[in-house]
Design a protein around this ligand. Structure first.
Ligand SMILES: [Zn+2]
Length: 333
């Protein structure tokens, strides 16, 4: 048995047909974890869908109404970049429920992993970039509402910037004047772009490729805008730097790790050059830092568009293996 739970449902599958997003990856990850003996059937917990009340902790009533009644405008449907259906709405409500369960389990066991979720491009009033509902934000707000946490930190390692996350958690500070991305300059030499001692109750860290979607990147608490083609060593150094900086500024009750597989060098929608082994080291780094400080971590998987879907499955399975290696060790004191 794993020393933590994996959150999964067959209904995580996104009914989007032939698409660059490999909707079948969730089931394949589960099957691989079982087939290789990394996990047992008893390690998995099946989530319930989030309630509308949970979703409304983050999203506007108008947007939720449009989703539930199928009345998104053509433009809104286009921005989503996945075909709207009632079944898709159900899958996103379930993903949010999965993240709520992962957060709850993380607080109990130190870590929990949802074999899904990480839809970090969803905004309160609209969806975009394959993300209809911001499952991680819903989980954070629900934990706060239940009095289980006061603060949280998102650590977003998907290759695309977490624009929805940044917008949701900086909303109360927004002045209508977001910082521009560090375009046109050697961004990797700048260090964390923005320190925000008044980050509110959720501190957001995003490491992402600068020259990639989303074009407009609302400011996170720390944005690391990486140049094209960054490899393992540089990436890991920047991640280490961002985590140290973030945890000097902020004390989270929960870390929400968004473990996108798309910084991989064979990714179709990414332009970084991490190896499969480098991505596992990335996961280990996040887990070691969290465990050393005794901060619970909930994990979601977000993007992953490798030319060979098996690579995406391997990268996500390695996140579970990394967690097993870091959290399976006895605490040395
Ligand atoms: Zn991505």
């Amino acid at each position: 048995m794993l020393p933590f739970k994996l959150i999964y449902s067959d209904a995580y599958y996104l009914p989007i047909g032939e698409h660059v997003f490999p909707a079948e990856k969730y089931r394949r990850i589960r099957d691989r974890l079982l087939a290789t003996g990394v996990a047992e059937v008893g390690d998995f917990l099946e989530p319930e869908p989030a309630t509308d009340q949970d979703i409304l902790l983050v999203h506007t009533p108008e947007y939720v109404h449009k989703l539930k009644t199928g009345t998104l405008s053509p433009r809104e449907q286009m921005e989503l970049e996945i075909p709207y259906s009632q079944e898709l709405v159900d899958a996103f409500w379930l993903a949010a429920g999965g993240s709520i369960l992962a957060a709850r389990q993380a607080l109990a066991d130190g870590i929990a992993i949802s074999i899904g979720g990480g839809f970090h491009h969803a905004f309160p009033d609209h969806g975009e970039g394959f993300c209809m509902i911001h499952d991680v934000a819903v989980a954070i707000r629900r934990m706060q509402r239940d009095g289980k946490i006061r603060t949280a930190m998102t650590v977003d390692c998907d290759v695309h910037q977490g624009n929805g996350t940044a917008a949701i958690f900086s909303a109360k500070h927004a002045q209508g004047n977001p910082l521009p991305s560090a375009s046109g300059s050697p961004v990797a030499t700048q260090g964390p772009r923005r320190k925000n001692p008044n980050a509110g109750d959720v501190f957001t860290i995003s490491l992402h490729q600068h020259n990639n979607y989303p074009l407009w990147k609302p400011p996170s608490s720390i944005d690391i805008d990486l140049p094209d083609g960054i490899g393992d060593d540089d990436y890991l150094a920047w991640l280490d730097n961002a985590l140290s900086s973030g945890l000097r500024q902020f004390e989270p009750d929960l870390i929400c790790y968004i473990a996108g597989a798309d910084p991989y060098r064979e990714d179709q929608l990414g332009g970084l050059a991490l190896t499969i082994e480098g991505l596992k080291q990335r996961d280990e780094l996040v887990f070691r830092v969290a465990r050393a400080r005794d901060i619970p971590v909930m994990v979601t998987f977000a993007g992953g568009y490798a030319r060979h879907v098996e690579d995406t499955v391997t990268i996500h399975c390695n996140t579970v293996i990394a967690a097993k290696e870091v959290f399976g060790l006895a605490v040395s004191s």
